[in-house]
Write a protein of this length. Structure first.
Length: 272
C-alpha cells in the first residue's frame, strides 16, 4: 500500500506544479489569442490561433534591444559572481586561518539582506561614482548580491574534494593557484554549473536594480521592457502576453537545459 506520507508528497508536488505552471500556460496561450478573445473569455483556447502578436514583437527593434541589454548585463554579472565566488570558495575551503568560519557566516547572513533595503544608498553610491545609465551599474551590484548563494554552494562542494588530491598535486610541482585552476575548478564543475545558472537567471529576471539605474529606454532590460510595453499597449492584452512569453523564453531555456547540473551541484553541496 502507498504510504500516507508518499500520497501527501505527491499531492504537494501536484499543487506546486499547478501554482507555477498554470499561470505560465495562461500567459503563453493568451499570446496566441486576440484581445477580443481574451476579454470575452479570459480562460480559453485560441480559436483560431493567432501568431501576429509574436511576429509583430519579433519584428520590432525595441524587443531585440531589450534582449541584448539583458544578455550583456546577465553575462557580466554571472562572470563576476562565479569568478569571485569560486575564488572565495577556494580560500574558505582549502585555507585555514583565524576567523574563517566567521567570514563564511557573514556571507551566509548576506542571504538575508534584501536588495530593497539597500536601494537608496546603492543608488546614491552609483550616482556618485558615475555608473548610472551604465550596464556595470546593474551588473556589479547583481554580482555582489549573488555572491552569498554562490559561496554557500561552492564552499561545501570544494571541502568534499579530498586533501590527498591537493597533496598529490603539490608533490607533482603544482602551486596553490595551479591546483585551483587545473584540478579544483574542473572537479567542481557541477557546482559551478549550478551557481552559473542561478546567477544568470537571477540577473535576467531582475527588475528593481535596472529600474534604479536606467532612465533611458535604450538601456532597459527585458523586465523593464515588459513594463514599458504594458504601459504603451495597455489596451492590447494579447500582445502584452505575447511580449511576456518571449521575455521568459531565454531564462526558461537556460534553466531547462541545465536542470540536471543544478540538481547535481546542489546535491553535492548538501552532502558537503
Amino acid at each position: 500500500m502507498t504510504k500516507p506520507a508518499t500520497v501527501i508528497a505527491y499531492l504537494a508536488a501536484v499543487l506546486v506544479l499547478g501554482i507555477t505552471v498554470v499561470p505560465l500556460l495562461f500567459v503563453v496561450i493568451g499570446g496566441f489569442r486576440t484581445t477580443a478573445q481574451v476579454n470575452a473569455a479570459p480562460v480559453g483556447w485560441p480559436s483560431p490561433w493567432v501568431v501576429d502578436n509574436f511576429t509583430a514583437i519579433l519584428g520590432a527593434s525595441a524587443f531585440w534591444q531589450f534582449l541584448w541589454n539583458s544578455a550583456v548585463i546577465a553575462v557580466i554579472a554571472t562572470a563576476l559572481a562565479v569568478g569571485f565566488g569560486a575564488m572565495a570558495g577556494f580560500a574558505l575551503s582549502r585555507y585555514r586561518f583565524p576567523g574563517r568560519e566567521a567570514l563564511y557566516g557573514l556571507f551566509t547572513i548576506g542571504l538575508l539582506f534584501p536588495l530593497a533595503v539597500a536601494s537608496l544608498p546603492l543608488y546614491l553610491l552609483l550616482r556618485q561614482i558615475g555608473l548610472l545609465e551604465n550596464p556595470l551599474g546593474v551588473a556589479i551590484p547583481e554580482a555582489a548580491f549573488s555572491l552569498p548563494v554562490t559561496i554557500l554552494i561552492l564552499r561545501p562542494f570544494m571541502l568534499e574534494i579530498p586533501q590527498e588530491v591537493e597533496d598529490a598535486a603539490v608533490l607533482d610541482g603544482a602551486s596553490r593557484m595551479g591546483f585551483f585552476w587545473r584540478i579544483l575548478l574542473p572537479l567542481s564543475m557541477p557546482a559551478l554549473s549550478t551557481v552559473t545558472v542561478l546567477a544568470f537567471v537571477t540577473s535576467w529576471n531582475a527588475y528593481l536594480l535596472p529600474l534604479l539605474v536606467f532612465n533611458d529606454q535604450s538601456h532597459f532590460t527585458l523586465p523593464l521592457g515588459v513594463a514599458t510595453f504594458q504601459s504603451q499597449y495597455s489596451q492590447d492584452t494579447a500582445r502584452i502576453l505575447a511580449f511576456t512569453t518571449l521575455s521568459m523564453v531565454p531564462a526558461l531555456g537556460v534553466f531547462v537545459l541545465a536542470e540536471r547540473r543544478i540538481v547535481g551541484g546542489l546535491s553535492g553541496s548538501v552532502k558537503g
